[in-house]
Design a protein around this ligand. Sequence first.
Ligand code: SF4
Ligand code: SF4
Length: 150
Amino acid sequence: MPTFVDMTKCDGCGQCVDICPSDIMHIDKTTRRAYNIEPNFCWECFSCVKSCPQHAIDVRGYADFAPLGHKVRVHRDEEGGKVHWLIGYRDGREKEFTFPIRTTPWGSIPAAQEHQAPGPNDIKSPQLAHEPTALKIDSLPTLEEAQNRG
Ligand code: SF4
Ligand code: SF4
């Protein structure tokens, strides 16, 4: 099941819109609440579910962590650096799992427009955007260096 927004909980903050890698979470102009404009394109990646401060988004969990018929609630504890998963099984049992947040701190990744714009010759470079800075190294290893190391 792709994402489903409980409109009675959503306050229209737009965090799900900002984070969705498929660009399918939009704010309805009339209701000012979020909704999934193209459910077929939902990756069920949970990014919006984890980012929603109101816990307003529902999505199916994968069968590798909960069988069919379950409910998933995800709570992101930014200050504690943890993500809590509450799985409600169809027989009524509930299990809670807590994991450390593995990503960089919320809001710490610069937006694309904050990086220097590429020049006309950058297309000839083998480096990807923001390399080598994003890899936290001074320069990428070269073929010659690898051959010299034997
Ligand atoms: Fe977008 Fe992922 Fe949320 Fe689907 S689960 S709406 S792909 S952020
Ligand atoms: Fe609504 Fe949650 Fe999306 Fe904010 S992040 S717009 S509260 S569904």
